[in-house]
Unconditional design. Structure first.
Lengths: 260, 235
C-alpha cells in the first residue's frame, strides 16, 4: 500500500492542480491577514471559507482522480497487489496531498505573520485539523461515489449533489425541523443533528472554540456546555473519525467485488 | 497450468460466460479466438482476477485464485489498449513496475530490441500508439514468469517490430512457458499458435490444433475454417 501511496502522491504533486490549490490557499491566507490585520479575526473568516471549500475540493478532486487514473488502476490490478492496498493507497495519496496543500498554503503566511507568538495558535491548529478531517472524509466519499458509478458524468453529478446536500441543504432542512418543532425541547435533537453532518460538526466545533457562542442564544449555551468540555471535544473528534472510517471501509468492501 | 471449471459471468442482464470449462497444459502457445463480444477478454480478466466470476473455480498453477493476489507473480499480462498514466516518463513507468513487482535487468535487453532508447525520457502521453504498445511489451516480457497472457499483442506494431515480437514469443515458448494470446489477425494466430480455443456465445466451442479445426470444418485454410464456424452459428 505504501508504494501505491507514494506513486499516487508523487503523481499528484507533479500535477498542476496541486499547485493551483496550494497557491489559492497561500493567496487567501495573505489577503485575509492583510485585510483583517489581526490573526484571530483572520481565523474566523478563514473558517467560513474552509468549511465550504475544503469539502468541495475534496469531493471534486477525489472523483476526478479516480476517473483519470482508471488506466493506471487497471495496470496495477494485473500486478501481484491486493485490491485493498491499491485503492487505499490511491485514496491516501489524494487525501494527503490535498491536506498538505491546505496546511502549507495556509500555514506559511500565518507563520510569517507571527502565529507562534500569538494566542490564536490553538484556534488555527484546530482549523487545520478539522480541515484535514474534512479532506479525508470528502475524498473518501468521492471515491465511494466513483467506485459505484462507471459513468463519469453521473459520478460527478452525485458528488456535487452530495456536497450541496451536506454543505447547504442539510442546514436548511435542519433549521426547518427546528422551527416546526419549536414547542418541544430540541437541544438534544439539534446536538445529534449536528453530529450527523461532518460540515456542521466542524463548524460548531470551531465556532465554540473561538468563544463566540454567545451569538447562538440558548442552544449555543447547550452546545457550549457540550462542545466546550473535553468530553465534547473527544466525542466530536470520535465522530469525525467515524466519518472517515465508514467510507474507507466501504471503499475496501466495494473494490473487492468490482469488475474491471 | 490453468484450470477453469464451470465459469459463469454476468454483467447486469448480459450473460457473457455460460459455463466455461477449460484446461490449459504446461508449455505451448494457446490462441483464444471468438467473435467480438464472445467473452475472450472477460475470460482472460477472470484468470487475472480483474473480473470476479459469479460461479466457477479457476486455478492457476494449482492455486485457487479466489481472494488471492500472490499468484499474479507468476503471470505476465499485456493489456489490450496500452493506456498509461500520461504525465509519467517511460523510464519512470518501467522503474515503478519493477519497484512494485521485483527487480530485473531484462528491461535493458528488451528496450534495445524494440529500439526504445530515444523515448525513455519522453512522457507516455506524447507517444504514438505503436510506441506505447512497445513499452507495453517491455513491461510484460521483462519478468520471467511461467504464464504469459497477451491481449491483442499486435495492435499498432510496424512490420519489423511484429517480427521481433514473434521471435520473442518463440524464445519464451522455448523456455517452456505457457502463452495465452487473443488476436483478430488470423495469419498471426496461424503462424504462432500450437492450439486454439474457440469461444462462442460464452462457451468453449472448440479446443484443439489448427489442423483439427480444418478437418472438423472441412475447409482448406484456417481463415475459412473460422469463418465457417461463424456462419454456421449465425454469430
Amino acid at each position: 500500500m505504501l508504494k501505491i501511496l507514494k506513486y499516487s502522491f508523487y503523481d499528484l504533486m507533479r500535477s498542476r492542480w496541486s499547485y493551483v490549490y496550494f497557491a489559492f490557499y497561500l493567496l487567501l491566507g495573505v489577503v485575509l491577514l492583510f485585510l483583517n490585520n489581526d490573526l484571530s479575526k483572520a481565523v474566523i473568516t478563514l473558517m467560513n471559507v474552509i468549511i465550504v471549500l475544503v469539502p468541495l475540493i475534496g469531493t471534486i478532486f477525489g472523483v476526478m482522480y479516480y476517473y483519470n487514473s482508471k488506466e493506471f488502476t487497471e495496470l496495477l490490478l494485473a500486478q501481484p497487489l491486493k485490491r485493498s492496498s491499491i485503492f487505499l493507497g490511491q485514496y491516501l495519496g489524494v487525501a494527503l496531498s490535498l491536506s498538505m496543500s491546505l496546511i502549507l498554503g495556509l500555514g506559511i503566511p500565518f507563520v510569517f505573520y507571527g502565529l507562534f507568538e500569538s494566542s490564536a495558535i490553538w484556534d488555527f491548529s484546530l482549523l487545520l485539523i478539522t480541515g484535514t478531517f474534512l479532506t479525508l472524509i470528502f475524498t473518501a466519499l468521492a471515491f465511494n461515489i466513483a467506485l459505484s458509478n462507471e459513468n463519469k458524468i453521473k459520478g460527478f453529478g452525485y458528488a456535487i449533489l452530495l456536497w450541496l446536500f451536506l454543505a447547504v441543504i442539510y442546514d436548511g432542512l435542519f433549521l426547518m425541523t427546528l422551527i416546526m418543532f419549536e414547542d418541544y425541547p430540541l437541544d438534544k435533537l439539534s446536538l445529534v443533528g449536528t453530529m450527523l453532518n461532518p460540515i456542521d460538526l466542524s463548524r460548531t466545533l470551531i465556532l465554540l472554540k473561538l468563544d463566540i457562542s454567545a451569538l447562538l442564544g440558548y442552544t449555543g449555551a447547550v452546545f457550549k456546555e457540550f462542545f466546550g468540555t473535553n468530553f465534547g471535544l473527544i466525542v466530536s473528534f470520535t465522530m469525525l473519525t467515524v466519518w472517515v472510517i465508514l467510507p474507507v471501509l466501504r471503499i475496501v468492501f466495494k473494490s473487492k467485488r468490482k469488475d474491471f | 497450468m490453468v484450470s477453469i471449471k464451470n465459469l459463469h459471468k454476468k454483467f447486469g442482464k448480459n450473460q457473457v460466460l455460460k459455463g466455461v470449462d477449460l484446461y490449459i497444459n504446461d508449455g505451448g502457445i494457446f490462441a483464444v479466438l471468438g467473435p467480438n463480444g464472445s467473452g475472450k477478454t472477460t475470460l482472460i480478466k477472470s484468470i487475472l482476477g480483474m473480473v470476479i466470476p459469479n460461479k466457477g473455480i479457476i486455478e492457476v498453477l494449482g492455486n485457487n485464485i479466489k481472494k488471492n493476489s500472490d499468484y499474479r507473480h507468476k503471470i505476465d499480462y499485456l493489456p489490450q489498449i496500452a493506456n498509461f498514466p500520461s504525465n509519467l516518463k517511460v523510464k519512470e513507468l518501467i522503474k515503478m513496475i519493477k519497484d512494485l513487482r521485483k527487480d530485473t535487468d531484462e528491461d535493458e535487453r528488451l528496450i534495445k530490441l524494440f529500439k526504445l532508447e530515444p523515448f525513455l525520457d519522453k512522457k507516455l502521453g506524447n507517444l504514438s500508439g505503436g510506441t506505447k504498445q512497445k513499452v507495453n511489451l517491455v513491461l510484460t516480457f521483462m519478468f520471467d514468469s511461467p504464464l504469459i497472457i497477451l491481449d491483442e499483442p499486435t495492435t499498432g506494431l510496424d512490420p519489423i517490430s511484429l517480427i521481433r515480437l514473434k521471435d520473442l514469443i518463440q524464445t519464451e515458448k522455448g523456455k517452456g512457458k505457457t502463452i495465452l494470446i487473443t488476436s483478430h489477425i488470423m495469419s498471426f494466430v496461424e503462424e504462432v499458435s500450437d492450439e486454439i480455443v474457440f469461444i462462442l456465445e460464452g462457451k468453449i466451442y472448440f479446443k484443439g490444433t489448427i489442423q483439427d479445426l480444418k478437418t472438423k470444418t472441412k475447409q482448406p485454410d484456417f481463415e475459412h475454417a473460422i469463418a465457417s464456424i461463424l456462419t454456421e452459428n449465425h454469430a
